[in-house]
Write a protein that binds this ligand. Structure first.
Ligand code: SAM
Length: 282
């Protein structure tokens, strides 16, 4: 299998005159086994269109082209985006027509040349959570996926209510789907090597919670609750509700103990709180 290894990645980078930048989270996978592992864990059906964020020099893109019908790759770095079609034509000429490269910011993209059903990406670490949330919100066709992120972010995304690392990303991700930690990847499979381990998160989309509140309204409650996560919900949500009495009222109506903390609630409880605020006062 022709996948890019350490030598090819370095040669390509040198040829393009690029120095991997931290701001864009440019850590390239230089190990074919890791690529194979990611592709296998992604469980992509051969008929699927995969959305890849940050293809970089193309190692994962080549792996995905072996597994899927089509790959749409969104890359922010113009030099990398421009070069990718050539890399694919060189290593997988027979698949070159099945890859669309879009140069742009994955946090802002709202239109793609094909409708993706899976998201598979080695994400730029500093923007991993907003990228995932943006894509799940804007592309309902994405049914499942597998993303590689910083290991602690992987834990956070997959954390159940009440656990130590449960936070805003954990709850918001539940709006869209079920997240599951699918493995840990060491630092030495990257060039340049990051200082921390990476984690894999697999997700399956589920129906969003049944509620009359909008996603924005539900997310506003989550943000308010976690902005002061050590406080009781009664106190943390006072600003959001108008005052402490109104917060207590919304919580009671939602069936949530006002003296509980936000870190024990799941997405359904947050949806009920957002909905309770809308109800006319009794
Ligand atoms: N997929 C490649 C691999 O596994 O070797 C590269 C992964 S690297 C961790 C992240 C990639 O995302 C880089 O190529 C970087 O330029 C790109 N990137 C960073 N921010 C981005 C954004 N907002 N939208 C799209 N791509 C972005």
């Amino acid at each position: 299998q022709a996948l890019l290894g350490a030598t090819e990645i370095r040669r390509l980078a040198e040829e393009l005159g690029i120095r991997p930048t931290k701001t864009l989270g440019q850590n390239f996978v230089i190990d074919g086994n890791t690529i194979r592992r990611i592709v296998a864990a992604a469980n992509v059906d051969p008929a699927e269109t995969v959305l890849e964020v940050g293809p970089g020099l193309g190692s994962l893109t080549l792996g995905l082209l072996d597994a899927a019908e089509r790959v749409v790759a969104v890359e922010i770095d113009p030099v990398l985006a421009e070069r990718l079609p050539q890399t694919i034509a060189q290593w997988r000429p027979e698949r070159a027509a099945s890859c669309d490269v879009v140069q742009g910011d994955a946090m802002r993209v709202t239109e793609l040349p094909a409708e993706p059903t899976a998201l598979v990406a080695n994400l730029p670490y500093n923007v991993a959570v907003p990228v995932v949330l943006h894509l799940l919100a804007h592309f309902p066709s994405l049914r499942h996926g597998l993303v590689m992120v910083q290991d602690e972010v992987a834990d956070r995304l997959a954390a159940p209510p009440g656990s130590k690392v449960y936070g805003v990303p954990s709850v918001k991700a539940q709006w869209y789907g079920r997240m599951r930690k699918a493995g840990v990847i060491g630092m030495n499979v990257f060039w340049p090597a990051p200082k921390i381990a990476s984690g894999l998160v697999a997700f399956e989309r589920h129906d969003q919670p049944q509620t009359t509140a909008s996603r924005e309204e539900v997310f506003a409650v989550i943000d308010a609750a976690f902005a002061q996560r050590r406080k009781t919900l009664r106190a943390a949500l006072a600003g959001w509700a108008g005052n402490g009495v109104l917060a207590e009222q919304a919580l009671t109506r939602a069936g949530v103990d006002p003296s509980a903390r936000g870190e024990v609630l799941d997405i359904h409880a947050y949806a009920r709180i957002a909905e309770a605020k809308q109800l006319p006062l009794a």
